[in-house]
Write a new protein. Structure first.
Length: 174
């Protein structure tokens, strides 16, 4: 289980907005990958039970926030050793982390304080490698769905793009 310490936990949350005091999580999805960005399974996703007025169009709401906290924490425990906090990854994942800290305390307790934010790499690439990014850089296969699980898969693919084009292998390194 030593390799599990290098696993990466990808999370995406869809919220009603970005105001921590006023808004809430509507959907959360997770995929655990190994250090080489290979998914360890298909991942999980949950839609939060919410008042009818807030979610008129979503009718797949089955789980309370407390149930989701337990289910996602169990998913993390499956892929990370108890003594190793999970490295949280995603695009602009700091916003997700703030809502996780507020609404999902069990999950929050399992996360490392460090974050792998793909959007930071995107911004560095845009500034330092304008030729690569001049063509728009990474192009998502499908940006139209905007659901948590598909957004995570896109973030993983985006980091693979940067690994291939920016982070060249160094002789003697894994």
């Amino acid at each position: 289980m030593a390799a599990a310490a290098d696993n990466i936990l990808w999370i995406d949350c869809e919220m009603t907005g970005l105001e921590l005091k006023e808004d809430r999580i509507l959907e959360i999805a997770c995929i655990a990958t190994n250090a080489q960005l290979e998914p360890l399974d298909a991942g999980i996703e949950f839609i939060v039970k919410t008042e009818k007025e807030v979610l008129e169009k979503m009718n797949d709401c089955k789980y309370t926030m407390s149930e989701i906290d337990s289910l996602v924490a169990a998913y993390v425990s499956k892929h990370f050793p108890p003594s190793t906090p999970a490295l949280l990854a995603g695009n602009s994942v700091h916003a997700d982390r703030a809502f996780i800290n507020k609404d999902l305390p069990l999950l929050a307790s399992k996360l490392h304080y460090r974050i792998l934010d793909v959007s930071s790499i995107k911004e560095i690439s845009r500034r330092w490698y304008p030729t690569l990014m001049g063509g728009g850089g990474y192009k998502s296969k499908d940006e139209s769905e905007h659901r948590a699980l598909s957004d995570i898969k896109s973030s993983i693919d985006e980091l693979k793009f940067y690994r291939q084009h920016l982070f060249k292998p160094v002789e003697g390194c894994k």
